[in-house]
Design a protein around this ligand. Structure first.
Ligand code: B12
Ligand code: SF4
Length: 469
């Protein structure tokens, strides 16, 4: 077959990790002698070439708008010839019908784990191809993980948790893939990589966990391992399931260069199980832990605070470094990230949590002092922080300044029904002009007073309360 011109596209959505699916597709097409070109989003030179195929990957469903715009851009670049466009990846697997409806292109769902799905004249399985690390050589966009082997040791998951899409993306559970030949091929083709980052959905469920650890050790990722004088790390980046972890898992995990060990803490009801597993980690000398904390899903702000607090308390009691990563729940087919688990969460609280986390790039630092300052000394204090106007929330000092103290006094003077009304007004009037109107219409002096804090600085004439004049 004559060499083909292949375009691989990752839509403009922000992402740190390189598009693994496209990297495998690149290796596949290069193995067939095709010419491959990668673009992030749209590129001004791309329309001037003839493309035999355009592959567009997709990721989070909440990047719906950008993803759709880019797909439609390429569809119009090919003058509507949809036979040359292939769409696949996560969003494509989670929302194939909606994508089809909007684009007229039927996406390929799931993983490409069978031969012949793209071309009938070869036996290659795209999913088994090594990623093409050279795909981004001439790109200004910087991806993380390019100095890592990254991929899967297992596929799928036996469970079907309500909030998880894995059963649609990887419907078949395979509990051992055997990565040694795969890593060897990467070494030979692209040179050795420093770290090992694994996307496995539920690694602890694998009946061949012992064999997996042996493979990792054979590949040179034993505890304390170094390459070029730098420590190597193994990261099961989707976390391990606290409910399934047994003492023998920790014994084995402690032998490899695990850093961090991520343990999921999806709900406060798992506190006892989670705590027992953290103690086991400490017992086997695994000190760097990281903890996905799902919030805005079947929980309350107080539950979030309790889980974060537990981690900082463990850090000081057991000498650990547990970094908490609060992760806001987004429904599986949500087209944006606005979902709110009402009535426990609301717009003001979600925004408050996000502002606190912005300061530290989404991570909750390990020290007690930071935690109690950022999230408050108690559940009540956390709730009070979440009620704060953003300006005050962001500039809280060790000791409250005059303005902050004044706001606190006003807040503490409100009755609980006034506090509820304050929240309702803030959530219903997110634009300052609307808020100003709502304040004007409110008859309660206490509320009017505290609400003034939520309008920005008085020198901006469009954002002050005009009704007093
Ligand atoms: C790794 C991962 C992450 C990484 C980042 C991933 C990245 N690429 O940047 C991290 C850890 C940062 C992450 C974070 C989150 N994640 Co995540 N993550 C995953 C995971 C495990 C894999 C995604 C991935 O990159 N796969 C690599 C794929 C694309 O490569 P591949 O498998 O080799 O590709 C094959 C196929 O996809 C297909 N294919 C791929 N591209 C293409 C293109 C074409 C044209 C074709 C034909 C085929 C094709 O063929 C390939 C070969 O077989 C999935 C679960 C899963 N098992 O898929 C969840 C998943 C995507 N994450 C999910 C979620 C919810 C999140 C969070 C939002 C969690 C939270 N509540 O905060 C955060 C958001 C982070 C943020 N940006 O703010 C959800 C997505 C739900 C949704 N609505 O979109 C998933 C599905 C898990 C779940 N619980 O359901 N995640
Ligand atoms: S155990 Fe994890 S991977 Fe499996 S279905 Fe539940 S959330 Fe998804």
């Amino acid at each position: 077959m004559a060499s083909r011109n292949i375009l691989l596209v990752e839509p403009r959505y922000p992402t740190k990790f390189p598009p693994l699916g496209l990297m495998k597709l690149s290796t596949y097409h290069k193995a067939l002698g095709d010419r491959v070109h990668f673009v992030k989003g749209t590129d001004k030179d791309v329309p001037y070439e003839y493309w035999d195929r355009v592959y567009i990957t997709t990721l989070f469903t909440y990047h719906w708008k950008i993803t759709l715009e880019d797909i439609l851009y390429y569809k119009s670049m090919l003058h509507g010839d949809t036979s040359r466009i292939y769409i696949g990846g996560i969003m494509a697997s989670l929302m194939p019908d909606k994508l089809w409806k909007e684009t007229g292109i039927s996406p390929m769902t799931g993983i490409l784990d069978k031969p012949g799905v793209l071309d009938s004249d070869n036996d290659y399985v795209v999913d088994n191809m090594i990623p093409d690390y050279s795909l981004f050589n001439n790109l200004s966009h910087h991806y993380a993980l390019l100095d890592s082997y990254f991929g899967y040791l297992t596929r799928g998951c036996v469970n079907r948790c309500k909030f998880c899409g894995v059963h649609k993306i990887e419907p078949v559970f395979r509990d051992y893939l055997g990565i040694k030949p795969w890593v060897k091929l990467i070494d030979d083709t692209h040179g050795p990589k420093h770290n090992l980052v694994l996307f496995d959905n539920n690694i602890i469920y694998s009946k061949r966990f012992r064999g997996i650890i042996k493979d990792i050790l054979d590949l040179g990722f034993e505890r304390g391992a170094k390459l070029n004088n730098r420590r190597r790390h193994v990261d099961f980046n989707q976390g391990t399931d606290a409910r399934l972890l047994k003492e023998w898992h920790f014994k084995l995990l402690a032998k490899i260069a695990i850093n961090p060990l991520r343990i999921a803490f999806d709900h406060v009801k798992y506190t006892r199980i989670y705590s027992a597993k953290v103690r086991l980690a400490a017992k086997y000398g695994i000190q760097n832990l990281s903890n996905y904390i799902l919030y805005n899903y079947d929980d309350t702000p107080q539950n979030l605070w309790q889980r974060l607090k537990l981690n900082v308390e463990f850090n000081s009691e057991l000498g650990l470094q547990i970094y908490s990563f609060p992760m806001k729940y987004v429904p599986l087919t949500a087209k944006d990230r606005t979902y709110i688990y009402e009535p426990h969460w609301n717009w003001q609280f979600i925004r408050g949590v996000q502002r606190i986390l912005n300061v530290t790039n989404g991570i909750v630092m390990t020290g007690k002092e930071f935690f109690y300052r950022a999230f408050g000394e108690s559940e009540e204090a956390f709730l009070r922080i979440l009620h704060m106007p953003e300006r005050l929330l962001m500039k809280r000092g060790r000791v409250p300044g005059a303005e902050e103290q004044d706001w606190i006094n006003k807040y503490e003077n409100l009755t609980s029904s006034e506090k509820a009304e304050l929240l309702a007004i803030l959530c219903d009037n997110r634009i300052k002009k609307d808020l100003a109107n709502a304040i004007c219409q409110n008859k309660n002096g206490q509320l009017k007073n505290i609400l003034d804090y939520y309008l920005t600085e008085p020198e901006d004439p469009n954002q002050t309360r005009m009704c007093d004049e």
